[in-house]
Design a binder for this molecule. Sequence first.
Ligand SMILES: C[S@@+](CC[C@H](N)C(=O)[O-])C[C@H]1O[C@@H](n2cnc3c(N)ncnc32)[C@H](O)[C@@H]1O
Length: 219
Amino acid sequence: MRPLFTLNNRLSLCAQMVRKGVRIADIGTDHAYLPVWLVRAGFVPFALACDIKAEPLKAGELTIKKYHAEDMVQTRLCDGLDDVRADEVDDIIIAGMGGETIVHILSSTSWLKDTEKRLILQPMSKHELVIDYLYQNGFELKEHHCTVSEGKIYTAFSAQFTGNKKDFDELFTYTGLLNKDNEDHLRFLHSIINHLEKKSKANPHFGEIAKEIRERFSL
Ligand SMILES: C[S@@+](CC[C@H](N)C(=O)[O-])C[C@H]1O[C@@H](n2cnc3c(N)ncnc32)[C@H](O)[C@@H]1O
């Protein structure tokens, strides 16, 4: 059997948050690296690899064949989770998309509001929109991590529905569970501040948030 490939740090971070032994759906799977890696590494027994476009899904099918994962990974051509049933999967990964698209997918799928399901989310931009959506809708962050992958800093988090609507503020949507004692978290906090300070030229409100983050984390 062909030796298994290595995931980059960004996808590896997502893989680490998947619960061992559960069934997963990878939404926006593209080359299906994450589902193929998870089943072939023995972490999960079954995966759905979903994408809204046929071309990426074809690339995914090639990866599935190449690594002999046909028995364990199925593909679905659909928008978000539109063609995925609640009883098929436990952990849902949405990685490598903008925050707005992730919110669109989450808000279109009512069965995610289930305390047994786990979300693993890796927004490429506007992560604050995702955290805001989660807390407005009774979800809570469980883990929050950052990593440097191919020279760039990324964030990813897992979340679960509790049904409790916890109080949260705008600053929390930017910083979630980040902790400045961790080198990668600190690097991500600085990238948020830089981003907000740039946006503050057009809207001073973002400068206020950047200042609050500096104060909260003594940066
Ligand atoms: C940049 S790739 C990310 C691939 C992989 N998840 C990763 O993190 O490396 C984004 C993929 O998401 C797919 N996509 C975008 N919007 C989607 C949606 N609403 N539902 C499902 N897939 C979507 C795109 O077709 C594309 O293949």
